[in-house]
Design a protein around this ligand. Structure first.
Ligand code: NAD
Ligand code: UGA
Length: 374
């Protein structure tokens, strides 16, 4: 199969590109970075176009025409960015993504669109707390693709522009499906985590997701900061589990994924952010920390306004209902929380700088890991 993978060199994209090549598909990656697939460059079947898709006339239609299936992973996907530059988030995640969808619709190509579990927004429990018999019942936060209502916060909380842009894009794909028989599948990832998720904070001017903030504090010293007490909960999904599900959606056996939305996530790996911090610190202290390394970080509280600025509001809890993925794809996640964190953290402690160079490298264990690789 010829796959056009837009954003195919990002976190999810790099793992998916590797899997597709392994299964002997031909993959055309369009991305403006290539660091995360640098070790794949030169492999038979891979073509890379380093391109900013916001530029005019870069050849979108020709590349879509040439593909059997198009996968769209391009987005700003980190909450700090939704608060810092909401208009750019909208332009990339909606306007540019819509151009891709339109090209696929016009050229009659199947589109696999990456959306987000954030489209579910907040739980009813977050605002009906006093009126619910058992507000902590997971049933209040278990979201199903075709039945659950989508609850966004007020406009002045501009964090929701990301989820709103993704939601509108989903609604347009659905309408293309209804009116023009367009063939799409939508994926709603629930906090995928694994090697290459984000760069560490000290090493880029980017804004990572929580794992990389915490990992950075563990490796370089500093503080692990809990936003608004760290009581919000997420279901973490190891990237290998996620890629297995995504690959099955690409294969689309008996066309079961046509015009379907899929939650992809691990319902059994639910954790509060506070517990995530404690668990990561314990794993690091027991398995990775050595004398001479920076002191283990303290875990402190910080307000969301101090951490993100005005306009932030959190998704309080989200658990995927994966009934559809189980029944149509025969997929279930296998990785538990501790194994997921150990595998991801181990990558950042031993492999990360072998791939991305040694900027701000001050870590003895890493030096040893480097030495043993030569
Ligand atoms: P990522 O940031 O690692 O990947 C996005 C890729 O798009 C990057 O490689 C980036 O270079 C590329 N890109 C961004 N703007 C571009 C442009 N203008 N031109 C060309 N390339 C551009 O993010 P990810 O975690 O791999 O997420 C992939 C998709 O899945 C996104 O749509 C995201 O919203 C969605 N998603 C991811 C998660 C998750 O758990 N990682 C959760 C929910 C939704
Ligand atoms: C992210 C992004 O919206 C998308 O990539 C995606 O839609 C979603 O993850 C996903 O992976 O499914 P979120 O989980 O809120 O959303 O992103 P994180 O930055 O990882 O934050 C998780 C939680 O940790 C939030 O409650 C945040 O406030 C908190 N946090 C973040 C801290 O307590 N400390 C930090 O240092 C950073």
């Amino acid at each position: 199969m010829k796959v056009l993978s837009l954003g195919g060199a990002g976190f999810i994209g790099s793992h998916l590109t590797e899997r597709l090549l392994h299964e002997n598909h031909s993959v055309m990656v369009v991305d403006y970075y290539d660091d995360k697939i640098s070790e794949l460059i030169g492999q038979p079947g891979l073509t890379l176009l380093k391109q900013d898709i916001r530029e005019d006339n870069w050849g979108l239609e020709e590349h879509v025409k040439d593909a059997d299936v198009v996968i769209d992973l391009i987005a700003y996907a980190n909450p700090g960015l939704y608060v810092k530059m909401p208009l750019e988030v909208f332009e990339l995640n909606f306007t540019e993504n819509l151009k891709i969808a339109k090209a696929c619709q016009m050229l009659n190509k199947r589109l696999i669109q990456f959306s987000t579990c954030e489209v579910y927004g907040k739980t009813p429990a977050s605002f009906l707390n006093g009126n619910l018999v058992n507000p902590d019942d997971p049933a209040h936060a278990t979201f199903s693709e075709d039945h659950t209502n989508l609850i966004m916060g007020p406009i002045e909380k501009h964090r929701w522009i990301y989820a709103s842009a993704k939601q509108l894009l989903e609604r347009i794909l659905h309408a293309y499906g209804l009116e023009q028989d367009f063939n799409y599948s939508i994926i709603r990832p629930f906090n995928f985590i694994g090697p290459k998720i984000d760069y560490l904070l000290n090493e880029t001017d980017g804004i990572p997701r929580v794992f990389s903030y915490f990992m950075d504090a563990l490796i370089h010293g500093g503080q692990m900061k809990l936003v608004d007490g760290g009581n919000h909960r997420r279901c973490y999904t190891y990237i290998d589990d996620a890629i297995e599900a995504i690959y099955r959606i690409v294969q689309n056996p008996n066309r079961v994924c046509d015009q379907e939305i899929f939650n992809i996530g691990s319902p059994h790996n639910e954790t509060s952010i506070k517990d995530l911090a404690v668990l990561m610190k314990d794993i690091y202290a027991n398995d990775m920390w050595q004398e001479g390394m920076p002191e283990l970080p303290e875990i402190i509280d910080v307000s969301s306004e101090d951490f993100y600025g005005k306009g932030y509001e959190d998704s309080d809890r989200r658990i995927p209902d994966i009934t559809k993925a189980k029944s149509l794809l025969g997929w279930e996640p296998e990785w538990d929380m501790v194994s997921t964190l150990k595998a991801t953290m181990n990558y950042y402690v031993t492999e990360y700088r072998l791939h991305y160079g040694m900027r701000s490298w001050k870590h003895d264990l890493l030096k040893k890991a480097m030495a043993s690789k030569h």
